[in-house]
Design a binder for this molecule. Structure first.
Ligand code: ATP
Ligand code: MG
Length: 574
């Protein structure tokens, strides 16, 4: 951290954890507030997802920030479901969201709330506004509403109902609540300023009629508060100090303050909640709109919200992403006020960094070529020790069976090799990983001249892959026992979309025009027998191939299915 970047602020009060992290403007604001007397323990944030879909990597950026800022100051972060729109909200998404937040290691303690917990209170605040002459019931149709509101630069036109007597508005509002009217017939509007340059301040709607059952309150309500009204007041009720949201809410901020300052909640506040906006995450080749992700699921273009190609945390978990990688990525991208496109390669870089440390190594052959070991007895099995993770001694070793017939990768043999081909060639020696030095004696071909099998010999003195006499071999290749290997399916993923910037599509284009036809290729492979018990989510590295994990839904222990998490090296631009 460079302290001189923000030399105007005193930082003694900042926790050590925060001061070791890269500075960004939200950290800066909190440090400033603390310097101005805010007790760090009073830093109180919230993560407010709408339970109408699963969380994606963009949400992870948001909640790493919400929980992160609270944690590093010893404050609190609430999980609050923003369930003010009964249309698409479902309890199963509530459960999925909790699982995802926990997966990244964050916890809300006993502070899990719903905006719907406050429906009674919010209704009370609305009546307060009416009684203070600051809200009225309006009968304009949605089209008229827009017309009257006008455009920026020109004053709006007041609704003919703007000066409806208080008593009349109160009576209509109560009858809206009682279910006497149809959807769209009436709305309650705040009376703010029809001349404001900010359209959101031109008498925004506060309550609308919606005759829809709610996932928690059932049919108790037929009027529901608008997001702008419910959100700030829920923050105030919960004692939120820093309400962090994405940039599109910047223009709503005056409204955020207006609702708090014009209702009785303001008198009860110890600290006035403040809204701060940051740029949402856009990731190349990735689509982040929940509505469009929902469409992919509904149209069965993907295998559910947790399809490993989806940018959802559930999908990423199934694909083999680690929480560490996602958190490192969210820290690495920082927090700014400028919309930009982040390279998927950066996320994958963070992923490889972690996988290299934690993935258990294993051997799998994707394109098998049979090898018969001439000087090995039929039926003899040698259980060799293989290191599980060279980066982590505590991961231990496992046994890998060596037998008379093995498979190697077809590409690891060349009959007429070019210079610098250090793998297997006729009369040349390679090391079989963890096993023996092996020499090719004979190439067996079919009638068309294709290589179908190799006859080789091994040097028994090189057991474990160690040179018996100091002689060197240049290449080391992986293999599996032909007798003991298991068959498995590898799911090879590419990006779901072919276009880098999915947040900004050409005019008239549909996002589905950019679906990648090669986003999934299934391949039958051969794996070493220890992988029979691979646990879904356990990171694996199939040596020299890619990182994988066992799929949580598909496959059996007799025929497992593995998801390719990411390739060993960045292949972009190749
Ligand atoms: P969508 O608009 O795609 O439906 P949303 O933003 O409405 O998504 P919410 O459930 O309301 O989804 O989001 C919860 C929180 O996550 C909000 O504070 C929102 O600003 C934040 N968020 C959503 N998408 C992103 C993103 N791509 N990057 C950063 N934060 C995000
Ligand atoms: Mg939202």
């Amino acid at each position: 951290m460079k302290a001189n970047l923000w030399a105007n602020y005193t930082i003694e009060n900042m926790s050590e954890e925060a001061s070791n992290k890269p500075m960004h403007f939200i950290r800066q604001i909190i440090a400033r507030d603390i310097a101005n007397g805010l007790d760090p323990k009073d830093v109180h944030t919230r993560f407010p997802p709408e339970p109408n879909g699963c969380l994606h990597i963009g949400h992870a950026k948001a909640f790493c920030l919400d929980f992160g800022m609270a944690l590093e100051n010893g404050g609190k972060c609430n999980l609050r479901f923003d369930d003010t729109n009964p249309d698409k909200e479902e309890t199963r998404f509530v459960e999925a969201i909790k699982e995802d937040v926990h997966w990244l290691g964050f916890d809300w303690g006993d502070r899990m709330y719903y905006a719907s917990d406050y429906f009674d209170q919010l209704y009370g605040f609305a009546e307060e506004l009416i009684l203070a002459g600051k809200a009225y019931v309006c009968t304009l149709s949605p089209e008229e509403f827009k017309q009257y509101r006008g455009v920026p630069g020109q004053p709006g036109k007041p609704s003919p109902h703007r000066d409806r007597p208080i008593e009349e508005s109160l009576d209509l509002f109560r009858r809206m609540k009682a279910g006497e009217f149809e959807e769209g017939q009436y709305v309650l509007r705040a009376k703010i300023d029809m001349n404001s340059p900010n359209l959101h301040m031109r008498d925004p709607a506060i309550y609308r009629i919606k005759k829809e059952a709610h996932h928690r309150t059932g049919t108790k309500w037929c009027i529901y508060p608008m997001y702008d009204f419910a959100h700030c007041l829920s923050d105030a009720i919960e004692g939120i100090t820093h309400s962090i949201c994405t940039l599109e809410f910047e223009v709503h901020r005056p409204l955020y303050d207006w609702f708090i300052d014009n209702t009785s909640i303001v008198k009860k506040l110890k600290i006035h909640p403040r809204q701060y906006e940051f740029a949402r995450l856009n990731l190349s080749y990735t689509m982040m709109s929940k509505r469009k992700l929902q469409q992919l699921v509904a149209e069965k273009i993907v295998d559910g919200w947790d399809d490993p190609r989806m940018p959802t945390l559930a999908g990423m978990r199934r694909r083999g992403y680690t929480p560490r990688a996602i958190k490192d990525f969210c820290e690495a991208i920082g927090v700014t006020k400028f919309n930009s496109l982040t390279e998927l390669a950066l996320l994958e870089h963070c992923l490889r960094q972690d996988l290299n440390k934690v993935a258990l190594r294993a051997m799998a052959v994707f394109d098998p070529l049979e090898v018969e070991i001439e000087n090995w007895d039929e039926g003899k099995v040698d259980d060799l020790d293989a290191v599980n993770n060279p980066e982590d001694e505590s991961a231990g070793t496992r046994k890998v069976p060596f037998t008379k017939r093995i498979y190697i990768e077809r590409a690891d043999f060349m009959e007429n090799p070019p210079k610098k081909f250090f793998r297997l060639t006729p009369n040349n020696e390679v090391r079989l990983r963890y096993a023996y030095f092996m020499k090719c004696k004979e190439v067996v071909k079919d009638s068309q001249g294709n290589v179908v099998k190799l006859i080789c010999t091994i040097d028994p003195a090189s057991r474990g892959g160690n040179s018996p006499d100091g002689r060197k071999v240049k290449g080391t290749i992986h293999w599996v026992s032909a007798d003991k290997a298991l068959k498995a399916t590898a799911m090879l993923y590419e990006t779901l979309f072919t276009r880098a910037d999915m947040s900004d599509l050409p005019e008239g284009a549909d996002f589905k025009d950019f679906l990648n036809p090669n986003s999934l290729t299934k391949k039958e492979i051969l794996i070493e027998p220890s992988l029979k018990d691979a646990k879904p989510g356990q990171p694996l590295q199939f040596e020299r191939i890619a990182y994988f994990t066992a799929d949580a839904k598909l496959g059996t222990s007799q025929h497992p299915v593995f998801n390719r998490t990411v390739e060993l090296k960045d292949s972009y631009g190749k």
